[in-house]
Ligand binder design. Structure first.
Ligand SMILES: [Zn+2]
Length: 82
């Protein structure tokens, strides 16, 4: 399990990357994170958010079959302005 904060932000690809032990890499786009965050914010109410709710998703390595679970803490201020 890997925290989103531990991943490397790649401004060129607009995604968070993390090196796999095989030499490949895991990649999760900013958009995927935002969509998942929005989905989770709609599911959980304010009270639950104050307790610190985590969101996460499975990400596959681009060269081997390994998957990692990338998690991040949901925060109210992550809500995107429309
Ligand atoms: Zn790999």
């Amino acid at each position: 399990m890997v925290c989103l904060e531990d991943m490397t932000w790649d401004p060129d690809e607009c995604e968070y990357t993390y090196c796999c032990r095989c030499g490949g890499r895991f990649g999760v786009s900013k958009e995927e994170v935002e969509v998942e965050t929005q989905r989770m914010l709609q599911i959980h109410n304010d009270e639950e958010m104050h307790k610190g709710q985590h969101s996460g998703m499975l990400v596959c390595c681009n060269t081997c079959s390994l998957t990692i679970c990338v998690t991040w803490l949901l925060k109210k201020n992550m809500q995107m302005s429309k």
